[in-house]
Design a protein around this ligand. Structure first.
Ligand code: CAA
Length: 283
């Protein structure tokens, strides 16, 4: 299947990162969000990222312009009708995702692939609102998308081999590594990462060590690029809580119980880097 035009719906941190890597790999990109302001903010972030690459001599100004020229910005989901691959990167909310895919099912070309960047929600359940269950698949990118090599590819119960093979090939053209996983809560990445982050929060909550000490132990002792509390701030504490709740609900095991301190921070609106305060403060 020939994939040339890709729509990304959701122009936040993940969506704009995904859009950037597709445009850099010479795909035509339609960047969509419901608010014009969100699309423009996403595009500004992409431009800033690309300008940094130019400053570092990793990209020429001409290449930057070519990449930017590959973008169409829109608030009209109907534009999905000309996309060969549509990747949803909206908020982690099942109802929102179902309503987007129910609409895409009607708008998209008959052979277009519908993908979701969900970090933990069941692909099979999202697919159930569409008639295109065999063309629906999970493509889970990691943050920051332009840097991280992994894309988890998640098959829903009905995802066809043809869809899987096409997405596998597309990921390779982005210079990223596709890894196949099955459709279970948190897939592989967040089933392992989030309980570690949650345990780091419990360690802080129980007064075992300061936040700095916890992060330092994991950075220097395990060679993690960021400590777990810094990483939680970077991912967003609301997202961390949501994923822990998905794991807890999905497996029903107490080991996935979200730490009360995580709940408290989210209730306070301390969501991490994006709100200027989480475990750390950001200016
Ligand atoms: N966007 C684009 N590029 C970025 C970036 C961003 N947000 N942040 C950093 N970079 C680039 C820098 O420009 C730099 O590029 P060059 O090599 O071309 O100069 C490179 O990444 C390294 O950056 P820095 O030197 O500034 O900093 P660093 O070496 O500490 O790396 C990091 C930063 C890549 C974020 C690193 O700290 C890291 O790997 N952290 C862990 C990230 C991680 O675990 N991500 C997964 C989160 S979980 C997830 O995404 C799944 C989910 O569902 C929740």
């Amino acid at each position: 299947m020939n994939i040339q035009t890709v729509m990304i719906t959701g122009a936040g941190q993940m969506g704009s990162g995904i859009a950037q890597v597709f445009a850099m790999a010479e795909y035509d990109v339609i960047l969509h969000d419901i608010a014009q302001e969100a699309v423009e903010r996403g595009m500004k972030g992409i431009q800033r990222n690309l300008e940094k690459q130019v400053d570092k001599g990793k990209l020429s100004s001409e290449e930057l312009h070519n990449i930017v020229d590959r973008f169409t910005l829109t608030t009209n989901l109907q534009e999905a009708e000309r996309a060969d691959l549509i990747i949803e990167a909206a908020v982690e909310n099942m109802e929102v995702k179902k309503s987007i895919f129910a609409r895409l099912d009607v708008i998209a070309k008959e052979d277009a692939i519908l993908a979701t960047n969900t970090s933990s929600l069941p692909i099979t359940e999202i697919a159930a609102v569409t008639k295109s269950t065999e063309r629906l698949i999970g493509m889970h990118f990691m943050n920051p998308v332009p840097v991280m090599k992994l894309v988890e590819i998640i098959r829903g119960l009905a995802t066809s081999q043809e869809t899987y093979d096409a997405v596998h090939e597309v990921v390779k053209t982005l210079n990223k590594v596709p890894v196949e996983v099955n459709d279970f809560p948190g897939f592989v990445s967040n089933r392992i990462l989030m309980p570690m982050i949650n345990e780091a929060i419990f360690t802080l909550y129980e007064g075992i060590a300061t936040k700095e000490a916890i992060d330092e132990v994991m950075k220097l002792g395990m060679n993690h690029p960021m400590g777990p509390l810094t990483l939680a701030d970077f991912i967003g504490l609301d997202t961390c809580l949501y994923i822990m709740e998905t794991l807890h609900e999905g497996f029903g095991d107490d080991k996935y119980r979200p730490c009360p301190l995580l709940r408290k921070y989210v209730k306070a609106g301390w969501l991490g880097k994006k709100t200027g305060r989480g475990f750390y403060t950001y200016s």
